[in-house]
Design a protein around this ligand. Structure first.
Ligand SMILES: Cc1cc2nc3c(=O)[nH]c(=O)nc-3n(C[C@H](O)[C@H](O)[C@H](O)COP(=O)(O)OP(=O)(O)OC[C@H]3O[C@@H](n4cnc5c(N)ncnc54)[C@H](O)[C@@H]3O)c2cc1C
Length: 391
């Protein structure tokens, strides 16, 4: 990999830096605490995303005809790195921008692309992803939600769980069983479901951070027009896995950019607490730093492969596992550095940095669950990278 940016990439980065200097919302740019009031946070993030879009920074690598900027994958990576470096808020509508949008660009009909893509970019329509069920998470192909053909429609019945953003979503990208007689991977299909359809009930689930971004969704004979089928009937596994590859790649790029900044903040915390002279703390900081550098270089190797036109492969699991564990270890050390103050949360007048490390610590537990658990990533590495027999 060539580590030097090209002249046009440098121009892109410098213009973006200038834009961020001029447009960073008040209160951002330092280490900030994410407000727990979800309603307030969402309204702010939608507005911020619209501003980014108006400046040409949302849907960077999407085709221009659907409202994107037609930029390169490398420019998307630079954008993520700079957003993290400036400690600016990331664009909202993550599921649409990072997963559903790229999937529709690949396999959607022309009508679906024209109808749905532009409004994802402006946050006019928020999306959620209906995959997991109470009995189907890691073993996703065993999902039970049924979609039964009925004339020009499908009738959907079942339950989804852990559905992020469903309470605010206009549409759900749903994976459902259309052929119960076929082997479990072969009888699935993907649908676009209007979340205002009769028969949908949404119940929020509160996380340990205090936020309620997750939901359960119940589908009771929900009617979906045939034109909302994405890809071929009964080929939903391939479409759905394609979306997950986008999810893993997108979230890994974000984790990588954020980890570098997180470690700088962690070093500052160690100094502030007077612990940076402690040899054991120094060793742990040095370990985190060197491991983060190594995983960053590994990420660049995966990126080089993609820049050469090859699809993301199983080695992405090494990248993701490394990044998510290091992120958790950084927060664990931050808690130790605070001593008894680690027990104080946002709102306490004595909480260091308004409890932002505590919030991040609790939130980072999800990093090794979402988009495939750490154990599932290890299985992929064992079987598909190392060539070991199935466990
Ligand atoms: C922050 C966050 C956001 C999410 N958002 C969404 C969303 O928007 N839409 C959605 O559909 N889902 C979402 N999920 C759900 C997520 O995809 C699932 O939690 C995940 O796939 C794991 O499934 P599960 O929770 O059912 O755990 P299970 O699959 O039941 O796993 C339980 C435990 O068993 C282990 N295990 C399972 N199988 C194996 C195996 N073969 N080998 C070794 N160990 C194994 C797992 O690693 C885990 O530790 C989200 C989850 C999180 C944390």
């Amino acid at each position: 990999m060539d580590f030097e940016l090209t002249e046009s990439e440098k121009r892109f980065r410098d213009t973006l830096r200038q834009w961020l200097r001029e447009n960073l919302p008040p209160g951002w740019g330092t280490t900030v605490f994410e407000p727990v009031d979800l309603h307030e946070k969402v309204a702010f993030l939608k507005e911020w995303t619209r501003k980014l879009h108006a400046a040409g920074y949302v849907g960077l690598s999407w085709p221009k005809e659907y409202g994107g900027a037609g930029a390169t994958l490398m420019e998307q990576v630079i954008f993520n790195e700079e957003i993290a470096r400036f400690k600016a808020p990331t664009p909202y509508n993550a599921i649409a921008l990072g997963m559903v949008g790229p999937t529709l660009i690949e396999v959607g009909t022309e009508a679906q692309k024209k109808r749905y893509l532009p409004k994802m970019l402006t946050c006019e329509e928020i999306w959620c992803q209906g995959y997991s069920e109470p009995g189907a998470g890691s073993d996703l192909a065993s999902l039970q939600t049924r979609a039964v053909p009925d004339g020009d429609e499908f009738v959907i019945t079942g339950q989804k769980v852990w559905t992020s953003y469903a309470h605010d979503a206009a549409f759900c990208f749903l994976l459902a069983r259309t052929d119960p007689q076929a082997p479990k991977h072969k009888g699935l299909s993907c649908f676009i479901v209007d979340m205002k359809s009769p028969g949908i009930t949404i119940r929020p689930l509160r996380q340990m951070t205090g936020e309620a971004e997750f939901n359960e969704i119940f589908f009771d004979h929900v009617r979906v027009p045939r034109e909302n089928l994405v890809g071929e009937l009964n080929n939903g596994w391939m479409v759905g896995i394609g979306l997950l590859m986008h999810e893993r790649a997108t979230t890994s790029i974000l984790y990588q950019a954020n980890l570098q900044v997180l470690l700088q903040d962690l070093m500052a915390l160690a100094k502030r607490q007077g612990r940076h002279r402690d040899p054991l703390i120094r060793q742990r900081l040095a370990h985190l730093y060197t491991a983060a550098e190594a995983i960053k270089l590994f990420g660049y190797r995966c990126l080089t492969k993609r820049l050469r036109g090859q699809p993301p492969g199983p080695e992405g699991s090494v990248h993701r596992l490394g990044l998510t564990r290091l992120t958790q270890q950084a927060y664990e050390l931050a808690m130790e550095l605070q001593g008894p103050y680690a027990q104080l949360m946002h709102g306490s007048p004595y909480a260091l940095q308004d409890g932002m490390w505590q919030f991040g610590f609790l939130r980072s537990r999800a990093a090794t669950i979402a988009a495939g658990t750490a154990e599932i990533q290890k299985n992929i590495i064992a079987e598909r990278v190392l060539g070991l027999p199935k466990g």
